[in-house]
Write a protein of this length. Structure first.
Length: 404
């Protein structure tokens, strides 16, 4: 009981002395307990370590903005450093980059998508392509239709064409011919069909509709003998030579994506075949449920190995340029704050609060708390932090950095 009282009395006296010393002009401080300062040399009453001089009147700084609650500066002997494998790294400017990983899905290019919907009414006489998914080539016959409206328009064109041929210098005849040709073109009658009409010299009760580009049939509602109205969709077709790849980017990665960035795309189900392209579009919206945004890549698909709804993995390399950085292993997340331990000139390890910017796999950008050229602990950091917390607990420091 007497021993306990003696210990308590000694601790109380030491803390009282420390508080009194802080009120005078500081010339010396304890490397282990920067909050203890004195105007004369001696030993620290808390840990009995020899006091060292304060350089350039920096006493306020020692216990000020750089002070980390619950932690103190520690001194670890070279033998112990070697035993625990302690290593330090330089705080320096370096080129930072990181890779964005995203899942992706192949889809049709919306700009290469078409509906076959005649602008006149009629009947379907013959189908040349009669099943969904059928491959088609540009200019390939699709279906043959009959239309009384179209028959009348062809006759009007032939009359205007014959008049223009007889009177080539007649401006009015040429105007009537242009009007008749424009009417056929507005009905999406191609130049090939118009030339065949001129050569034949007789209106046909049938019209052959052709595919506008190479691709495949998405949907088909056309059947032989079916009557259709003007504007009714008979086929939907999509281009297979060019496809879109939709990338799902996490909200944290989205600010780093930009138009023109190079993208590497790997298809695991195609033997890890890789394609490269660039970001062509970034969506202005987020998915409220997944919290992801969309970026789009365009892919050429001449051999048709890629198919809509195939899954892929995408990587985007982000170049950040020169930034002040430290190894990721040199920063400790304590929950309340981010910490680093700086190796000072007197070989003591000082805890610092640091502010971190962009994080890569190996390096973290330093916004505040560290200066270029300083050295920080990058290995055995947890052991150093444990030692610092233990010393702080022994010294009786509360979360505000004050002694009881």
């Amino acid at each position: 009981m007497i021993a306990l009282t003696g210990c308590a009395k000694h601790e109380h006296d030491a803390k009282a002395e420390a508080g009194a010393a802080a009120s005078v002009k500081a010339k010396f401080f304890c490397p282990m307990h920067p909050t203890y300062t004195s105007d004369r040399p001696g030993d620290c009453p808390i840990c009995n370590m020899k006091l060292v001089p304060v350089k350039d009147g920096a006493a306020a700084t020692l216990a000020g903005s750089n002070f980390v609650p619950g932690r103190v500066t520690v001194a670890i002997s070279p033998e112990k450093q070697q035993l625990i494998g302690l290593r330090t790294s330089l705080v320096e400017s370096r080129k930072l980059s990181f890779t964005i990983h995203a899942s992706a899905v192949v889809q049709h290019d919306e700009t290469r998508y078409a509906k076959i919907a005649p602008r006149f009414g009629g009947w379907i006489r013959k189908l040349h392509v009669n099943f969904t998914g059928a491959p088609i080539e540009k200019g390939q016959p699709l279906l043959t239709v009959y239309s009384p409206e179209l028959l009348a328009a062809q006759n009007d064109y032939l009359i205007a064409w014959r008049q223009a041929e007889r009177a080539k210098d007649d401006a009015e005849a040429r105007t009537l011919l242009d009007i008749a040709r424009r009417k056929l073109r507005l009905w999406e009658i191609g130049d090939e069909e118009i030339a065949a009409l001129e050569k034949r010299g007789q209106a046909s009760d049938e019209l052959l509709l052709r595919t506008p580009f190479t691709g495949h049939v998405l949907t088909r509602s056309a059947t032989e003998g079916k009557a259709f109205m003007a504007g009714e969709t008979l086929f939907e077709i999509a281009d297979s030579d060019h496809l879109w790849l939709r990338l799902a980017l996490a909200e944290s990665d989205f600010p780093h994506a930009s138009l023109g960035q190079k993208v590497w795309v790997e298809f695991p189900n195609l033997g890890n075949r890789t394609f490269d392209s660039k970001i062509a579009f970034i969506s202005p919206h987020f998915d409220p449920q997944t919290r992801r945004g969309e970026a789009r890549v365009e892919l050429a698909n001449p051999d048709h190995v890629l198919r809509p709804d195939m899954w892929a993995q995408a990587e985007i390399e982000v170049e950040l340029g020169e930034r002040l950085a430290v190894p990721a292993s040199a920063v400790l997340d304590s929950g309340a704050r981010l910490l680093a331990f700086v190796l000072r000139d007197d070989n003591h390890l000082e805890p610092r609060k640091v502010e971190i910017g962009t994080r890569t796999d190996d390096w973290w950008e330093v916004k505040a708390g560290l200066k270029e050229g300083e050295r920080v602990v990058s290995r055995a950091l947890f052991l150093v932090d444990s030692e610092s917390q233990l010393k702080a607990a022994i010294a009786g420091m509360d979360v505000g950095g004050h002694q009881h």
